[in-house]
Design a binder for this molecule. Structure first.
Ligand code: IDP
Ligand code: MG
Length: 136
């Protein structure tokens, strides 16, 4: 069974830098996602550290947080049935080398760190991540 869900999507600095944000938003719309909210922002490294706190023990944590705060990003709330898993599928594997044909990371990803998009990995984390960026 599926139900209407919201998920948080981020177009990361590597993709915004290449002016791919409109193209990527069009892919979401063409795949049935409604963009309920969106903003182009630049975050501080301390904010990236908070956002990626689950990864704080990983060896790539520092680079990851420097990277996410290195340039403008586009954060969006996406809505559709089963949006969390459907977005993960549309994004493709974390490493663009392993991503399936037709996925966003296969098409635009440069490397495992510059993989163009973020998407929440569970309904529970989607709520936390949406609040993180859109709670005013
Ligand atoms: P996800 O973005 O597919 O959910 P996560 O495991 O949650 O992948 O990792 C968060 C982000 O950290 C990834 O999107 C990627 O940019 C980066 N990352 C993950 N694993 C590595 C790694 O082994 N080296 C460098 N960066 C990594
Ligand atoms: Mg993740």
């Amino acid at each position: 069974m599926s139900s209407i869900e919201q998920t948080l999507s981020i177009i990361k600095p590597d993709a915004v830098e290449r002016n791919l944000d409109n193209e990527i938003k069009e892919i979401f719309r063409n795949n049935g996602f409604k963009i309920l909210k969106e903003k182009k922002i630049r975050i501080e490294k301390s904010e990236a550290e908070q956002f990626y706190k689950v990864h704080e023990t990983k060896p790539f944590y520092n680079d990851l947080c420097s990277y996410l705060s290195s340039g403008p990003i586009v954060v969006m709330v996406l809505e559709k049935n089963n949006s969390v898993l459907d977005n993960r599928e549309l994004m493709g594997a974390t490493n663009p080398k392993d991503a399936a044909e037709g996925t966003i990371r296969k098409k635009y990803g440069v490397s495992i760190d510059k993989n163009s998009v973020h998407g929440s990995d569970s309904v529970e984390n989607a709520k936390i991540e949406i609040d993180f960026f859109f709670k005013d």
